[in-house]
Structure formats: C-alpha cells, structure tokens
Design a binder for this molecule. Sequence first.
Ligand code: PLP
Length: 407
Amino acid sequence: ALSAKNVPQAPEDPLYGLVNAYLSDKSDKKIDLSVGVYRDDNAKPWVLPAVQKAEQLYQCDPDLDHEYLPIAGLPEFINAAQRLIVGADSPAIRESRICSFQTISGTGAVHLGGALLSRFLPLPTPAIYLSSPTWAIHDQIFNNVGLAIKEYPYFSSKTKMMDFDGMISVLGSAPPGSIILLHACAHNPTGVDPTHDQWGKIAKIIRANRLFPFFDCAYQGFASGSLAQDNFAIRYFIDHGFELAIAQSFSKNMGLYGQRVGAFHYIACPGSGAQEIVERVASQLAILQRSEISTPPLFGAKIASIVLNDKEICADWEKDLRTMSGRINTMRESLKQGLDQLQTPGQWGHITSQIGMFSFTGLSKSQVLSLREKWHVYMVETGRISMAGLNSGNVRYFAEAVDDVVR
Ligand code: PLP
C-alpha cells in the first residue's frame, strides 16, 4: 500500500534554521544578520509610511470586497508594475510586446518564468546559467521545473570584486539558446553589480552567442535609492531590442514581504509578429498560473497598486526608498570606520563599495561560527551579512566581534 514510510528526512532550510537559533539565543547582545529583510535603527520591521497611507485608503474603499482576481492578477497593479520595471516610456509598452502576470512575489515570478521556459524551449532543452554564487533558492526553483543548471563565474573571493573576465568567457562558450539568469541590481549575495560599461559588454556577448536573458529584479530602488538607476540593465537590454524575461519582487522595496507581491514579465523583440508572440506567451502563462495558484492574492497587490498609481503616495514611496538605502549606506560607512579604527587585519574597502541589502564580508566559515558562538552574531556560513541588521546601537559591537575573530 502507498505509504510515506520511505520518505527521507530533508534538511532544515539553512537560513530559517539560523533564524530559529537566533530566536532561542538569550543574549541581549545578539545580532541577526542572516535574512534579507529591512530593519529600522531599532532593529524593528519597518512598515513604509507610503504603504501605511495606501492601506488606510484601501480600508476606506466603499467597494472593498474579497473577490477572486483575474488569472493574470489585478490589472491596475500589473500595468503599474510593468511601467515601473521597463519605464513608462518603454518601446516594449508602446509597441504592445510585453505581457505581465501577477505572481507570488519574486520567488513565484522566478518559478513561473522557469516553468514557461522549461516547457517551451526547443528540445533538447538548454541549460540555465546561474551566477556563482547566487541566491540560494534559484538552484532549487529551476531544478523543480526540470531545467539543467550550469554556473558562470561572478565573484572573485581574492579581489572581492566581479570576476568579469571569467563571466564573459563562460557566456562566450555557452551553447546558443542557453538561458542566462542575471540579477538586475544589488546582486544577492555579493552586493557587487556590473558597471554600465560591463552591462554593455554582457549584452554584446549574449547577443553574439544568441543567449536568452532572464532578469531577477528583487531590489529595484533599494540599492541606490533611485528606481530608474537600479533598472539600468533591464532598460538597456530592452532598448537594444532583446527578447527577455523579468521576475519582479515588491518584498524589499515596499516592505511587503509576507504579502507576496510580484510579477513576471515577458518581452518580445521588436518587429512584425512581436505582439502575437506575447499574446501566445500570455495564453500559456494563464494555463500555468491557473493550474498552480489559480489566481494570485488580492491584498498586497491592492496596496502596491495604490502606491504605484497615486502620484503623491508614489513620491512618498521614493522618499522611503531613499530612507532605507540611505540607512544601509550609513551602516556600511560606520562598519568600515569601526574596522579601520580597530586596525582590523585585512582589506575592508568592499564593505562600502558593495551595494544593496547584502555584503559579502569575506569572513571564513570558521570565523562565522566563532562569531555565532562567542559573540551571538548570526550570519550565513558564506560570510554574507544582511546590512539592514546593523544599526547605530550594534555596529560598533559587530566591528569588535569581527576584529576579534579575524586576529
Ligand atoms: N530573487 C532574489 C535575488 C532575492 O534575493 C529574493 C529574495 O531574497 C527573491 C528573488 C525573492 O523574494 P520574494 O519571493 O520574497 O519576493
């Protein structure tokens, strides 16, 4: 008879295992630098004032109900999310060669894109290339939809900068038709992004080798504080006529983590038939979406839609983005200053040159474990820290802890 008796025990998710260890630590000095969530200067979750305003407006809406959304999601959210990610003046919108679906946040968008690509790529299905390292869940998501996974070099642990030559060399030898997963900005986990000039070179090799770019955009506005600046790469590729896919998340930039707000976008390259291509893609996305989640959730999309469509609230949101990215940058400066003052051995310039939620500190696994055991500092074993876990009350303590474990 069918039984689960042979189902093996799976390991706990390493990140959430760490969160549990942090929660059960009784020390009043403990610091959580593990999960990528924004915290204010008191180490508390921050509901963005713009989001609060939108929630109030929504609660007062006399037409508020709890009906199902359409399969593709809330139209006014989807349209605004589309304008945000490609730019309101984008040729992709003007020429009706973009289709967009509301998803279960960025994770769901990566998954929906993976499911689409794995189902409709020509056989034999090419591989998807992920940066080494990348967000830990990419590998699992693409595995789940049956895509073969390969890696391209991205980060040099020696220089703590991009391994640009390594990346270009592997992209240059990837078989045509391969999917290349790119982080649009604020690369997770390294905090290292290509320069504009490097993006140009990446686009060139992708074009020359007929590869397919799939952008994961989980931090628009969160990296530099500017929505447009953080989307340089996506707009560059669209302006240069690429066919591409985008996974968009509103978890970090609107602080809507638990509401699961995101979108998947597919853009056809310009030319006759582009509109029909995206119509056909949309018809297939509708089938996938219906069979997996039926229709996406309502509340978060309503809130995000109010923020994006109300001029005044949207301006407030841009201010909130500057508050978050500004505080994180201040923490980068303070940490670097602390390490300099303590004359901590090693080079720490990367702390301030990296961008976004994370920093790849270069601390070794044994140093990370000492930080946990001796100093009650919780971070993942790769040495990545979530900068938002630092604040004016604990950054000096963290610098002292790092100084201790590297000596
Ligand atoms: N992609 C990247 C690179 C991420 O860092 C994250 C979150 O950490 C996500 C996607 C998905 O986030 P969510 O599903 O919460 O929107």
